[in-house]
Design a protein around this ligand. Structure first.
Ligand SMILES: Nc1nc2c(ncn2[C@@H]2O[C@H](COP(=O)(O)OP(=O)(O)OP(=O)(O)O)[C@@H](O)[C@H]2O)c(=O)[nH]1
Ligand SMILES: [Mg+2]
Length: 427
């Protein structure tokens, strides 16, 4: 190969850039740069796990993070929540009808809530609603992208990237089954209202014979708004939607603190018992755990094991987290969540001691209950903390109180960041 006439000539004294030593120096330099970049990235990366049993409010808390730090992404995801709202309503209608069937089958004469006329009226409403109820599984399957939950459990859930999948498929347009569901819902909106407001249904709700999911009441009360053809979920709707999380979903936020932009990596996990083994690979190098325990759940049992009281399960899980060596130095935040529902239940005179005998003769008030649950969780932490310096940051929360929860997120965030900054020096 000949040198082109105008190519600059290497002076005789200049080093030969292709000697093995130079190549090796260059590789070293590249590796150093890469390591420095990695270190810098790690320095700005804050890894937080959201843990707790199913329905404890982890995904709802994640939405609040999103609302605070990445409002734009929540806005762009808005359309993909529409099928989920429909799904929540259809499921509630199905649960109400199933319970009515059961109650009517065993009705006794003279009961003012189950007269022949009432049974006939509600049976007509039922007939009108059957086509809607029949769509539940197909809608769940569409939301799930056709993948079913291991173990054959039905229902709708979200997994990593689900919104992108829906967005790519349909952008603002509703997917096929959801479109039919929207039309059917508009057609039977009056019947849903009739059913929901019916004194017999309200009576069974009060008597706690009909138990719908916690967000159902909110959606059913607003059925006419939701069944409008141009309905788009509000932020409140998104916060209320119930969809199980499947596996572990990572959410990234850029958070500006003290003039530096940190990359928050928030891991939201599926909380049901069968899902918990999927958490383990994410335990390494987590700087913080936010553990959610719904203290309103004292009268509820696990869906996956109906013998186990949900508060017991939360305590057991929290104990396991506290005693795990890998979390000895973690910044541990405990949110005793759903305080609004706890207040509601106590106002309706649901007795804690009926479900938790050790509650004894303590007053059935919010203050006494909150202090009792706090004591149990702090005790579990203290008993299972070998690293004496690990502190427990405890908050009573309601995810419906957006203003307060956002202030708590800011406070919790600062604490987590301080911990992070004190540890990055070790990297
Ligand atoms: N009233 C009330 N509802 C809440 C609160 N926190 C969460 N919810 C509702 O409880 C339901 C379950 O919340 P999620 O955030 O989906 O629960 P999760 O812990 O992510 O559940 P999994 O994904 O199954 O592990 C949703 O309908 C939420 O809107 C709260 O403080 N008060
Ligand atoms: Mg979830």
């Amino acid at each position: 190969m000949s040198t082109p006439p105008h190519a600059p000539r290497r002076p005789a004294s200049a080093p030969n850039l292709s000697t093995p030593e130079i190549i090796s120096q260059r590789i070293d330099e590249e590796l150093r740069k890469e390591a420095a970049l990695l270190k810098e990235r790690k320095r700005k990366e804050v890894k937080v796990l959201l843990l707790g049993q199913a329905e404890s409010g982890k995904s709802t808390l994640q939405k609040h993070f999103q609302l605070l730090y990445a409002q734009g992404t929540l806005d762009s995801e808005r359309p993909s929540w529409r099928p989920a709202v429909y799904f929540n309503i259809i499921k509630a209608v199905r649960m109400i009808l199933a319970e009515l069937d059961f109650e009517f089958a065993s009705r006794t004469p003279g009961n003012e809530f189950t007269t022949d006329d009432i049974v006939q009226d509600l049976s007509n409403v039922r007939t009108a609603l059957l086509p809607l109820v029949a769509m539940e599984d197909a809608l769940a399957s569409e939301i799930n992208g056709g993948v079913s939950i291991p173990g054959g459990r039905s229902g709708a859930y979200v997994r990593s990237g689900w919104q992108t999948m829906l967005d790519q498929k349909a952008s603002l347009k509703l997917p096929e089954t959801a479109t039919v569901a929207a039309q059917t819902l508009s057609r039977v909106a009056n019947e849903i209202k009739l059913l929901w407001k019916h004194p017999t249904v309200q009576h069974y709700i009060e008597e706690r014979k009909i138990r719908v999911e916690e967000s159902a009441e909110f959606f059913l009360d607003q059925i006419h708004r939701i069944t409008q053809p141009d309905y788009m979920p509000t932020t409140d709707d998104i916060l209320r939607v119930r969809l199980r999380t499947l596996g572990v979903i990572e959410h990234n936020f850029s958070v500006l603190m003290g003039g530096t932009s940190y990359n928050w990596r928030l891991f939201d996990v599926g909380g049901a018992r069968g899902q918990r083994q999927a958490w383990v690979p994410y335990f390494d190098d987590a700087i913080s755990i936010i553990f959610l325990a719904p203290i309103s759940a004292f009268d509820q049992y696990l869906e996956e094991d109906t013998k186990i009281n949900r508060i017991d399960d939360s305590l057991q899980l929290f104990t396991a987290i506290c005693s795990n060596k890998i979390f000895e130095k973690v910044h541990l935040v405990l949110m005793l969540n759903k305080t609004d529902l706890l207040r509601q239940k106590l106002a309706a005179d649901v007795k804690i001691k009926r479900y938790i005998t050790s509650y004894g003769n303590r007053p059935n008030t919010y203050e006494a209950a909150a202090s009792y649950f706090r004591q149990h969780f702090t005790h579990a932490h203290k008993k299972n903390t070998t690293e004496s310096s690990r502190h427990l940051y405890l908050h009573f929360t309601s995810m419906l109180d957006t203003q307060t929860i956002q202030r708590i997120i800011s406070d919790v965030g600062e604490g987590i960041l301080q911990k992070h900054v004190s540890q990055v020096g070790l990297i």
